[in-house]
Design a protein around this ligand. Structure first.
Ligand SMILES: C[S@@+](CC[C@H](N)C(=O)[O-])C[C@H]1O[C@@H](n2cnc3c(N)ncnc32)[C@H](O)[C@@H]1O
Length: 354
């Protein structure tokens, strides 16, 4: 971790070009995104076309087609050959790759306006950019009532990452044959549903903000799974927080990244108090330092400014050792780390320190 590098040695000339890509990055993002949304890139996936053909098909002016596709050209998303536009491989990713599409939508619909306030958010440790979406202390109070398209893009982003890891992580939990499992930060109840369906004996306690638990409860009730469910509405930032006790497994997925390190210490101390002797705390999360490929670390590192400007003002995508240190302060010892689950998750397994 202390020796990590994403750049490569290059000449000053090449470095200057790289720096201009950063300067114009937001401009290119918008042009590529609009070319994709307007269907220009999808049209080119079927074969090379001239500007005037694209113009007619998509109801755009020649001027608009050229402004968009020349920016795409500069970014290697399209090429120009004998006067025709052709799609390049990154362009195919926009047309076909769900990860790329979800990230583009999330950056535009959730982050774009709020990131303008990043500097102030960093200075004040408050999510000042959230005002573009609604008036809440953090995004979590507003999640289920976010204006569209932010709501759909937020949930698509969150679920795409965590859904990919749930089936890989579940066997580590069920191996312990838990009787009472507590899902802290249960959100829409997707993981709860998976557990209840896989293990007919397990009972679940869902912990989240009341507004989130309403959504989870409705979904699980409709699925006929509410019988083995208990709800524990809590604000985890409450200084007097007490979590329900008597659980042999506590589960936190993509949850602690919503909080500052001080808050994480507080939440983990409460979790340690709620854990049965011999019980386990499982933390499923994305750690940028535990990725096999740079593409994952790159996406995760660049998710952190969203947490600052829009979500909470003081949280981020952490390194695994930061959670482990907080857990140690809370009397928990790390027993195992399981990496490469789903797209980019690791599962940390903790027990009470003897
Ligand atoms: C990023 S979502 C992750 C949800 C889910 N566990 C998953 O893996 O997809 C974080 C969850 O933490 C909850 N949360 C955030 N701040 C909270 C707080 N102060 N108290 C209780 N829950 C909170 C949110 O409502 C949301 O459901």
């Amino acid at each position: 971790m202390d020796n990590r590098r994403f750049g490569a040695d290059c000449s000053a000339f090449a470095a200057r070009y790289e720096a201009q890509k950063l300067a114009f990055g937001p401009v290119v993002f918008q042009c590529v995104r609009i070319a994709w949304k307007k269907g220009l890139l999808a049209a080119l996936a079927d074969g090379a076309l001239a500007s005037n053909e694209l113009m007619v098909r998509h109801g755009l002016s020649a001027y608009a087609v050229d402004v968009l596709l020349e920016s795409c050209l500069s970014a290697g998303v399209v090429a120009r050959k004998n006067g025709l536009w052709e799609l390049e491989k990154p362009g195919y990713m926009l047309v076909n790759d769900r990860l790329t599409q979800i990230n583009f939508d999330w950056v535009q619909d959730v982050c774009w306006q709020g990131l303008f306030d990043l500097e102030r958010a960093l200075d004040e440790e408050k999510p000042v950019g959230l005002r573009h979406l609604g008036d809440w202390p953090s995004i979590y109070e507003g999640l289920s009532v976010l204006p569209e398209p932010a709501r759909s893009s937020w949930f698509a982003f969150d679920h795409y990452y965590s859904d990919s890891a749930f089936p890989d992580a579940l066997p580590f939990l069920l191996k312990r044959q838990p009787r009472r499992l507590m899902d802290v930060g249960a959100n829409t109840g997707k993981f709860a549903r998976l557990c209840l369906e896989h293990d007919p004996a397990v009972q679940l306690t869902l912990v989240d903000l009341p507004i989130q638990l309403d959504v989870a409860w409705r979904g699980l009730q409709e699925a006929g799974l509410a019988e083995r469910l208990m709800l524990a509405p809590r604000n985890l930032l409450d200084a007097a927080l007490q979590l329900p006790s008597g659980h042999d497994v506590i589960w936190m997925s993509q949850f602690l990244s919503c909080f500052s390190l001080d808050a994480i210490r507080h939440i983990l101390a409460c979790a340690a108090r709620a854990l049965d002797e011999g019980g386990r705390l499982f933390i499923l999360d994305t750690f940028w330092d535990r990725q096999q490929f740079d593409i994952a670390s790159y996406c995760l590192i660049n998710t952190s400014p969203y947490f600052t400007a829009i979500a909470s003002g003081n949280s981020k995508i952490y390194r695994a050792d930061e959670y482990i240190a907080c857990a140690s302060d809370a009397g928990l010892e790390c027993l195992a780390i399981h990496d490469q689950l789903g797209l980019s998750h690791s599962l940390l397994e903790f027990g009470l320190r003897p």
